[in-house]
Write a protein that binds this ligand. Structure first.
Ligand code: NAD
Length: 532
């Protein structure tokens, strides 16, 4: 009887809330109340009202308000890390190093630089003819922005975007992925701790299927979306109806290029970390590795040893290198990609141990495959799992061509002891971020703009460029001679005016001195009209 009551109450809970499950154990860890589309509309309306007052505050006051989160973050860092690990499945060191630590650093960076980024710029006349004009360019907030974020970095990705959006003077509505709702609620708690004006920030729990239409139909002023290419395309077509600006941070299938002079220890450790941390569920994780033929054997030996010694499992005592995959559907996708590769001739060259796969936990072993080619899904699509596909190449020209043979262009890396040559190679890869002798690190470097080329999206987040994406430029043009009665070219029109303006072209843009001088007289003859 008691059991029945428990069952029916959890059913009721599920109807009103999203259930959160620990992917390492299958246990329910909590619930997040659901919202309706009407709740979203109301949140946007409230944010719009609050934003009017928020936007006219000095930047200094907005900075002070957001800095209010620092103490909360400090005091709750371990709790947040543990929750990320329990809800997403990743190891706690991953959660700390790639989410909470970067969030703290981003808060510090943006609150220290917001004033400078938002400072109006003075623009001097670009031509002698317009000597009387000078302009000021302001950065104005969009109004109310929406942020939609994925489950793979449930804290780190949305946190810095929320901070930038608010600092820039916007109201912000955040929707995080359904699987990681409790982490989203922690972001909400951080913002609450800052004591911001009522309504300026709201966290909304609505499902992905309705979110795009709901945000855009409710009149959101700009949408920042991080997620898959397929949803990015849907949003773009929906946003076209209202010309809603979009920022799209989408998927990747990152290449790592290992040159013949690379440090084999560093390169192999880098490949294992950047390909397999967070179970490989990283937009900019290493997925494809192209290794110069002359160092292929030693590289593979080191990779094999390192992957075979990875410890996979639930993070009970920190002594785990790879946790659980976040969702069963993602595990299925990884298995399909592997099967496809093996059917087409790939071979498994190394695999880590793994807890039993029949258990409730979403565990997959870390797997390295070789003998791969570009007919395979692992090389064409984003696998988003603990799989490293390694290919031997004749030379770096071949590595460059193969790296660019992808619809994606998020990030990539070149590994070499020759920094100059590595940079030359990096510049030939069509990707938004290239790293030398490292991979993935720049997502945590608040100063570097983040974003992809090709199908990996457009727009940037992070850095000054990313910060300014939260704003639009507004130009105000002034007169230098405030007593001037009119511009040269205003009414009344006559032939003298026509010749004078033609004279301006000759004087300022003619190539020969004779032509230039011929323009001076006609121009001088019309100048007095400015003061009449
Ligand atoms: P997803 O596109 O399925 O979902 C992302 C978010 O969008 C979730 O909050 C989801 O609820 C929501 N959503 C789903 N359908 C929607 C719709 N029609 N309208 C509006 N919102 C909708 O992606 P995912 O599986 O959660 O995340 C993995 C993907 O995200 C991968 O492709 C990964 O590469 C990408 N990603 C990119 C970056 C980057 O910085 N470029 C960072 C992290 C993840």
């Amino acid at each position: 009887m008691r059991k029945q009551t428990k069952k029916s109450s959890s059913k009721l809970e599920n109807a009103r809330s999203t259930e959160s499950v620990n992917p390492a154990t299958g246990e329910t860890i909590g619930y997040s109340p659901k919202n309706s589309v009407d709740d979203l509309k109301e949140a946007i309306r409230k944010a719009r009202r609050a934003q009017e007052a928020w936007a006219v505050l000095t930047v200094k006051k907005r900075i002070r308000a957001l800095r209010g989160m620092r103490v909360h973050l400090m005091e709750h860092a371990e709790k947040i890390v543990a929750l990320i690990s329990r809800e997403n499945g990743k190891a706690r060191v991953d959660a700390l190093a790639t989410e909470v630590l970067p969030a703290v650093m981003a808060l510090d960076y943006y609150t220290s630089h917001a004033k400078k980024f938002l400072k109006p710029t003075v623009l001097l006349p670009g031509s002698f003819l317009l000597f009387n004009k000078w302009s000021k360019m302001f950065r104005v907030p969009y109004g109310v922005i929406g942020i939609i974020s994925p489950w793979n970095y449930p804290f780190g990705i949305p946190f810095s975007e929320v901070v930038m959006g608010l600092l820039a003077g916007n109201g912000v509505i955040l929707k995080t992925a359904t699987n990681t709702q409790l982490v989203g609620r922690e972001i909400e708690a951080c913002l609450r701790a800052a004591g911001l004006p009522d309504g300026i920030f709201s966290f909304i729990n609505i499902s992905g299927d309705v979110a795009g239409d709901a945000f855009i139909d409710s009149g959101i002023d700009k949408l920042f979306f991080t997620g898959s290419v397929s949803v990015g395309k849907k949003l773009m077509s929906k946003a076209a109806e209202t010309l809603t600006p979009l920022n799209l941070e989408l998927g990747g299938n990152d290449a790592m290029l290992v040159c013949e002079d690379a440090d084999m220890d560093r390169a192999s450790s880098g490949a294992v970390w950047a390909g397999l941390q967070n179970c490989g569920q990283t937009c900019a994780g290493v997925e494809r590795v192209y290794v110069h033929g002359s160092v292929y054997e030693p590289f593979m030996e080191k990779i094999k040893a390192k992957v075979e010694s990875l410890r996979v499992g639930q993070d009970k005592d920190f002594n785990v290198d790879m946790g659980a995959m976040t969702t069963k559907s993602q595990m299925e996708k990884v298995r399909n990609h592997l099967e496809d590769a093996l059917n087409k001739g790939a071979v498994i060259v190394a695999q880590s141990d793994c807890p039993p796969q029949e258990g409730p936990g979403n565990f997959l072993p870390a797997t390295v495959i070789a003998e791969v080619n570009h007919e395979m899904l692992v090389m064409q699509e984003e696998t988003f799992g603990p799989v490293l596909a390694i290919m031997k190449v004749q030379d770096m020209e071949e590595a460059i061509a193969l790296s660019n043979d992808s619809i994606y262009g998020l990030t990539g890396s070149v590994w070499s002891r020759n920094a100059k040559r590595a940079e030359q190679i990096a510049r030939r890869i069509r990707a938004g971020v290239m790293t030398i002798n490292d991979h993935l690190v720049s997502h945590g470097m608040a100063e570097t703009p983040w974003g992809g080329l090709k199908a990996s999206g457009y727009g940037r987040t992070h850095g000054k460029i990313g910060f300014l994406e939260m704003t639009q430029p507004q130009v105000v043009v002034h007169d230098l001679l405030t007593f001037a009665k009119k511009n040269l070219w205003w009414h009344p029109y006559d032939e003298k005016l026509y010749s004078g303006l033609l004279g301006a072209i000759k004087l300022f843009h003619g190539r020969k001195l004779r032509v230039r001088l011929s323009g001076l007289g006609p121009l001088l003859r019309i100048l007095p009209r400015v003061f009449r």
